[in-house]
Design a protein around this ligand. Sequence first.
Ligand SMILES: Nc1ncnc2c1ncn2[C@@H]1O[C@H](COP(=O)(O)OP(=O)(O)OP(=O)(O)O)[C@@H](O)[C@H]1O
Ligand SMILES: [Mg+2]
Length: 368
Amino acid sequence: MSLLKRLQITSLRNLDEVSISLSPTINIFYGQNGSGKTSLLEAVALLGLGRSFRSHKIRTIIEHTKSDLTVFGELLKGSDKVTIGIQRARSGKNIIRVNGENVQTAISLAQELPLQIINADAFLLLEGSSSQRKRFLDWMVFHVKPEFASAWKRLQRVIKQRNSALKHDKIKYSDIALWDQEFIATSNIINQLRKDVLTDFKDSFYNGDNNLSDLGFDVDISYKAGWNEEEDFEGILKSSFEKDVRSGYTNYGPHRADLKFKVGLQLASDVLSRGQEKSLICSLHIAQAYLFSKKTHKQCVFLIDDLLAELDIDNAKKLSWALIKLKSQVFVTGIYKDNLLSIWNNPNSKEAENVNIKLFHVEHGNVQ
Ligand SMILES: Nc1ncnc2c1ncn2[C@@H]1O[C@H](COP(=O)(O)OP(=O)(O)OP(=O)(O)O)[C@@H](O)[C@H]1O
Ligand SMILES: [Mg+2]
């Protein structure tokens, strides 16, 4: 169980000074446009990712007149307390502290505070490039297969070497054949880990006890390895060598993997309405969180920006019940409190007894 108990924010966008204690279950942030709701979620994302989900330019996130921002979170992991502190400055200085100790990379943050983020960019999972879907799949593989991280690093290294060799004049296949042995071996490891995790993920999505089965349409999920798996991978690399040299990069391999979400014969993004897409995307994230908690006995924290945008009340209720069953901590934003409150009302659910809703009014960067 990972959950955020307290959150302190200084100088993040219009949030000058915020200090709030949070519900272990449902936290609702409501208020007018521009009041600071998404910025609150952005602060939590900084704690879990070490970066914003909205901008890569840190200077756009720091309050205009200030030189740095800080976010501090107090977490509960079972009965253990963990603190995370992040300080980002315009000068580029970047400090991450876990339990008071400086850490060098954001990877340990993902272990302390695993997040599921559903915001406007979440639609990219269906509508964006393959890299979005690969990231979705690899998030699970990273968290449930400890051997994935090192294989992934090896893959990045060998692809980099291979791609730079491809740009050399008069390169012959025999010049890179040795690297390809490493490339093939690592690719096979990564491919197998992804396939294993996808099998478990599909089980969680289709058969999980999580109210997700009644989306109202059937979705087929398939996986593409990044090369034709019916053929010998070494043979593919040899025969695509000229093409690789011409393009200056490696055309086939696990870096080109993808997931396909289909409804009937068509891509989900080509046939679903916006609200249907959002229901599917939320269900995929919830299934991912189920798998994560089953395999690691930890919980994800959900950040859902503008939950009710695009969703009707029935679909929003289905999602809220699935989240309640998951026993995750949820941060959700919206404009009107009554609509948001109404979707967590579920008189038929015994889990509803354990729901503790905290309601925060966000107004000009102040949170009450
Ligand atoms: N670097 C910054 N410094 C100060 N204020 C900023 C900065 N960047 C953005 N803002 C302002 O912060 C406010 C908070 O924006 P935010 O996106 O969190 O609002 P919101 O409550 O999510 O609104 P909406 O309902 O429209 O989604 C906005 O008024 C925005 O103009
Ligand atoms: Mg917003």
